[in-house]
Design a protein around this ligand. Structure first.
Ligand SMILES: *Cc1c(COP(=O)(O)O)cnc(C)c1O
Length: 371
């Protein structure tokens, strides 16, 4: 029996998400003992000590279901973001939130718009529910940062059947961002029956004064959904927790679709504690600021074309196919991210680590590049 014939049509064509290579896998494959992973935009400082302390006492309660309403975490997010708890949808990572958006508002006969080189999950969740993906060409460099989202192309891509627009701000894997005035005019132009999802997975890292906080627009635009995560600056990627903020009516619909216990009890507790650890967040952002500057400058100094990034990663053009360089770096014990699946076969994305990790990456790259 060919099971592919049993899958629904949309799933037959689905291409699975390609994650960064786990450290354990590379250890197994190459017998290496020391490995630097700069492949998944994780926090090099680890989780907040407060988050770790908060979950210690919970281990013996693992036989109990988590609080399906996420009361404690929602209260903390509500206080922190100045939104009503009824505006919050919790997710098993923000990818879950994106999936919930798709299952709530997309399906066969409708479409979603997102950018070329945009985060891979938008196309997966769109296609999985049978909706059409409409791709807006990225900037070619003449009217905005090359490879970045082009909102005029978004405007042109929107069709009568479009129900959702996905915008990553900043975008992964490019690290480019949209400025306040650009997004503000886009929000006012788009018809109100189209949901605009602004994915702010790297919000905490961005320090450019022109970078908008999309929450400022929530009260004005009931069709706006803002998603955030504890996986990046908050250092809790392994626990899987993220959230969406939206109009309460939109949140109510998404909470109908949401699995009743999608966020586990450890994640709920850790995220709540992490939200209160301002010092850890500040250290994280400070370390990243230095790493972003150093790594970008060294790469530029070596003649690579670097996409200017505001995130915790840098994407650069090797000028030659990236796949063999990626493999040579693996052999040297450094895991970065090839992004040919994003239409960028000559680029590599490197997450910013500790100063030592960044240095090891830069040295290894120097050794593996042909001269
Ligand atoms: C990492 C990332 C996410 C977050 O994923 P989680 O499911 O929260 O771990 C969301 N959007 C973008 C653009 C990302 O890079």
């Amino acid at each position: 029996m060919d099971f592919i014939d049993l899958a629904v049509p949309a799933v037959r064509l689905l291409v699975p998400y390609t994650p960064g290579k786990p450290i354990s896998e590379l250890k197994r494959e190459m017998g290496l003992s020391s490995i630097v992973k700069l492949a998944s935009n994780e926090n090099p400082l680890g989780p907040s000590p407060r988050a770790l302390a908060a979950i210690q006492g919970l281990i013996q309660d693992l036989h109990l279901y988590p609080d399906g309403s996420g009361f404690g975490l929602k209260s903390a997010i509500s206080a922190r973001c100045g939104v009503d708890p009824g505006s919050i949808t919790l997710g098993n990572g923000s990818n879950d939130v994106l999936d919930i958006v798709a299952r709530t508002f997309l399906g066969t006969g409708v479409s979603a718009v997102f950018s070329e080189h945009a985060f891979e999950v938008y196309s997966i969740v769109t296609q999985a529910v049978g909706a059409r993906s409409l791709i807006a060409k990225a900037h070619d460099g003449s009217h905005g940062p090359r490879y970045g989202h082009d909102l005029d192309a978004f405007r042109a891509a929107i069709q009568d059947d479009t129900r959702v627009v996905f915008i990553a701000n900043p975008n992964n894997p490019t690290g480019t961002f949209l400025k306040r005035f650009e997004l503000a005019s886009f929000l006012s132009d788009v018809p109100r029956h189209i949901l605009i999802v602004i994915d702010e997975a790297y919000f905490e890292y961005v320090e450019d004064p022109d970078y908008p906080n999309a929450l400022d627009w929530l009260s004005e635009y009931p069709n706006l959904v803002v998603s955030r995560t504890f996986s990046k600056a908050y250092g809790l990627a392994g626990l899987r927790v993220g959230y969406a903020l939206s109009h309460p009516d939109v949140a109510a619909l998404m909470n109908r679709v949401r699995q009743p216990f999608n966020v586990n009890s450890l994640a709920l507790m850790a995220a709540e504690a992490a939200l209160g650890d301002e010092a850890h967040l500040e250290n994280t952002v400070t370390l990243n600021r230095l790493g972003l500057k150093t790594v970008s400058e060294v790469l530029i100094g070596r003649g690579f074309e670097v996409i200017s990034s505001v995130g915790n990663f840098v994407t650069f053009d090797l000028g030659i196919p990236a796949a063999p360089i990626y493999l040579s770096l693996l052999q040297a014990g450094v895991i970065v991210r090839p992004i040919a699946n994003y239409g960028l076969p000559n680029h590599l994305r490197v997450s910013l680590g500790t100063p030592d990790e960044n240095q090891l990456f830069l040295e290894a790259l120097d050794q593996v590049m042909p001269r």
